[in-house]
Write a protein that binds this ligand. Structure first.
Ligand SMILES: *[C@@H]1O[C@H](CO)[C@@H](O)[C@H](O)[C@H]1NC(C)=O
Ligand SMILES: *[C@@H]1O[C@H](CO)[C@@H](O)[C@H](O)[C@H]1NC(C)=O
Ligand SMILES: *[C@@H]1O[C@H](CO)[C@@H](O)[C@H](O)[C@H]1NC(C)=O
Length: 441
């Protein structure tokens, strides 16, 4: 385990971004560390204390952010590309969530970001291990930082991170009841989350067809490929389902001339599509879904000034260096749904929020509606009968930025003009949603 460090962003800014001037909003304290969650499995976390003019950090919630992939890094992508205090150019982010919450980024599963394994057999291969690893981390975190034990604790997530967040939330609820973890767990938010993979895949065709991105031939082609995924899932052949999922993505790319899976209003570059030709399915998936979270500029930042600032990253550990292995090891679990876990959370009274970007394809809103409507939780009938409420976009008052609907401990936010990465696409709306979910607005 590495030594424990605390510093002030100020020092970092002075040493790294002096030439860019000193952003005033960044006096916030930080901390980070490794936890060995299993033998040979080291997990990295990075905490930013809230930085608000109105409130002390102790009066604001603690939000843990989990990235997707699996293999995407919260300390890298989530932090510098989405919600952290600084963007990838180390300039302050106006819509950083640090204004409204203490932010805890954790690189999970093990092997993601700055997390690493010493041995190839130490990677997680299913969400149960992902959850039990995180429980070890949280136990350490809350004993190392007891001042956070009573602060409202929320888990926010994106994409595959949502599947992990659901499983982790259930284990955490049990651990709190047993007294093995001390924290004030207050809810989980599932952003564009991979909760029911099949519902996502089955709606790609209809969604793209109604948005003029497939013709009749294309719709037939994509639907046929999706049917094959369905068969594999129904037969419990999950690794095969992951492979066929990839085949379906190829059908989408072919028929849409390369629509971007993360935002249907944009297109993948020809170069990206060409360089993926001839790859086996696992490599293809990494190419499509892991690499975009590891752009060259982000890698340079993380493996350059950030690693130097952190000071505890082992010599032979590279940020993102084991990301591909993380995905490969999880491939057999990837297409398994966790809808039943969401049901258990709701029944246990955990506050669950689903939020989804209107322009996301990979986890499209149509697919989310399908599994949500079929929840077994007793409140779902009443939820389904309610009308949604429009929310103003804080950036452009008078213009609708989202719709939302809440019944008891369940809420759904439909975020307009956003793709898969909601805080990057609609920063002010995402920040407003954070405040609403954590009861600050
Ligand atoms: C780094 O080096 C140590 C010591 O040689 C070794 O035990 C460990 O497996 C290496 N870790 C990685 C991630 O390569
Ligand atoms: C998850 O993986 C671990 C380690 O390989 C294994 O022991 C466990 O049985 C698996 N759990 C499930 C639910 O598949
Ligand atoms: C948990 O957080 C909420 C919201 O801040 C607070 O009202 C409540 O007292 C906290 N509970 C505990 C047990 O600390």
């Amino acid at each position: 385990m590495g030594s424990f460090r605390v510093d002030f962003t100020l020092c970092f800014l002075l040493s790294v971004v002096l030439s860019k001037g000193l952003p005033s909003a960044l006096a916030s304290k930080e901390a980070w560390n490794y936890v060995e969650v299993r033998d040979g499995a080291h997990m990295f976390w990075w905490l930013y204390y809230a930085d608000s003019v109105q409130a002390q950090y102790k009066d604001l919630p603690l939000v843990m952010w989990l990235q997707g992939g699996p293999g995407g890094s919260g300390t890298g992508f989530g932090n510098f590309e989405e919600i952290g205090p600084l963007n990838r150019d180390l300039e302050p982010r106006k819509t950083s969530w640090v204004q409204a919450a203490n932010l805890l980024f954790v690189d999970n599963p093990v092997g993601t970001g700055f997390s690493y394994t010493d041995r190839p057999d130490a990677y997680a291969t299913n969400v149960s291990t992902v959850a039990s690893d995180m429980l070890v981390l949280l136990k350490h975190f809350f004993s190392e930082k007891p001042e956070f034990q009573s602060i409202a604790f929320y888990i926010f997530s994106e994409s595959y991170g949502g599947k992990m967040a659901a499983a982790i939330s259930l284990e955490l609820t049990k651990a709190i009841a047993q007294g093995t973890v001390k924290c004030n767990f207050s809810g989980v938010a599932l952003g564009d989350s991979w909760i029911s993979p099949l519902d996502s895949v089955m709606t790609w065709g209809p969604y793209l067809y109604t948005t003029s991105l497939l013709d009749d031939y294309g719709l037939a082609d994509v639907s046929k490929a999706a049917e094959a995924v369905k068969q594999a899932v129904e037969q419990g052949q999950f690794l095969k389902a992951t492979e066929l999922w990839s085949v379906t993505e190829s059908a989408v790319e072919r028929n849409t001339n390369g629509v971007n899976f993360y935002n249907i209003l944009t297109q993948s570059s020809d170069e990206k599509l060409t360089s993926s030709a001839g790859l086996d399915f696992i490599s293809l998936q990494k190419h499509r879904h892991i690499r975009p979270l590891h752009s060259q500029s982000l890698s340079q930042l993380m493996n350059g000034p950030i690693r130097k600032k952190l000071g505890i990253i082992p010599e032979n550990v590279t940020w993102g260096g084991q990301a591909d292995e993380v995905f490969t090891n999880m491939a057999g679990d990837f297409m398994k749904p966790v809808v039943d876990i969401v049901d258990q959370l709701l029944t246990a009274g955990v506050k669950v929020t689903v939020y989804n970007g209107q322009l996301d394809l990979i986890v499209d809103t149509m697919g989310q509606e399908l599994w949500v409507k079929q929840l077994k939780w007793e409140g779902i009938r009443n939820f389904n009968e309610l009308k949604w409420t429009p929310l103003d976009d804080p950036a452009t008052p008078g213009i609708t930025g989202a719709f939302c609907k809440t019944y008891k401990n369940f809420a759904f936010y439909w975020i307009l003009k956003a793709g898969h990465m909601i805080p990057s696409d609609q920063g002010p709306m995402a920040l407003q949603m954070l405040k609403m979910i954590t009861q600050q607005a």
